[in-house]
Design a protein around this ligand. Structure first.
Ligand SMILES: C[S@@+](CC[C@H](N)C(=O)[O-])C[C@H]1O[C@@H](n2cnc3c(N)ncnc32)[C@H](O)[C@@H]1O
Length: 257
């Protein structure tokens, strides 16, 4: 007989299309157990019955299972490598680069991309697709309003150029916002567009099982133009890039052959 958690996985999949079986089990189970216990439920079964009829609780569940932490210029040195080493060979002043920020959370990543790319290509030529599974983070991303703390790593001249202070908040300028299109997408189920020059997918693959990761690397590779780049998170090195038709361009950057 399937256990409480397995049953929960099946029911959540039927209700939302999200397959929790593709996320690392111990970590996900721990996060969700602590949520249902905090809410006063005794089992995953009880928890599902409740969230099945309660939109707010379903939202809380989605919020807990997707870890939304992000920041502008996250791991700043990597963005330097993108700027100084990767982009000059990838993008010329008159190209129309197609870029995808996959699992973009609250928007800091695609907006950082636009800011870095603005040094290489006119903003009017930029098209950045930014996707996430979580509608709540996408709504915040579209607003483009952030606290001062989230700007900690942003270079001073970029703050002056691309943010407008509004009280104690900072708003991303319209010329940057215009380059980004936000869309809901489940990486583990939905179609990938493309072909892209650059795909940035950082700090989400760590939550997935090895099988799910392998399939995603194949799909990212297929969605890139030859010579295109996949930029991953700073704990997400690909150990056998050849298997997916990649070569290592720099640490955490893989070039499609
Ligand atoms: C830790 S954040 C990373 C944000 C950003 N990429 C960064 O590195 O700062 C992980 C994001 O992955 C999203 N996510 C989780 N599972 C997903 C899936 N199956 N498809 C698309 N996005 C997913 C979450 O909603 C969350 O916004």
């Amino acid at each position: 007989m399937p256990c409480d958690y397995e049953n929960f996985i099946t029911k959540v999949y039927q209700k939302t299309g999200i397959n929790l079986a593709l996320y690392k089990e111990a970590q996900m189970k721990r996060r969700l157990t602590s949520l249902y216990q905090k809410k006063g439920f005794a089992s995953f079964n009880e928890f599902f019955q409740a969230l099945n009829n309660n939109h707010e609780l379903l939202n809380e569940f989605l919020d807990r299972m997707t870890i939304n932490v992000s920041e502008f210029y996250r791991n700043g040195k990597r963005w330097d490598v993108l700027d100084k080493t990767i982009l000059p060979g990838l993008i010329t002043n008159n190209s129309n680069p197609k870029i995808w920020s996959a699992a973009c959370s609250t928007g800091e990543e695609p907006y950082t991309l636009a800011m870095v790319l603005s040094k290489h290509v006119p903003l009017s030529r930029l098209q950045i697709l930014a996707t996430d599974i979580d509608e709540n983070v996408l709504a915040k991303a579209k607003l483009g309003v952030y606290s001062e703390r989230s700007l900690n790593e942003v270079p001073k001249e970029i703050v002056n150029k691309y943010f407008n202070a509004e009280g104690s908040y900072f708003k991303v300028s319209d010329e940057i916002k215009k380059t980004v299109t936000f869309k809901k997408q489940n990486l583990l189920a939905d179609h990938f567009g493309g072909p892209f020059d650059l795909i940035v997918c950082r700090n989400v693959l760590i939550y997935f099982t090895e099988e799910a990761k392998e399939e995603l690397y194949q799909k990212f590779s297929a969605a890139l133009k030859p010579g295109g780049i996949l930029f991953v998170g700073s704990t997400e090195q690909i150990f056998n890039p050849n298997t997916y038709g990649f070569e290592t361009a720099e640490t955490f950057f893989y070039r499609k052959k």
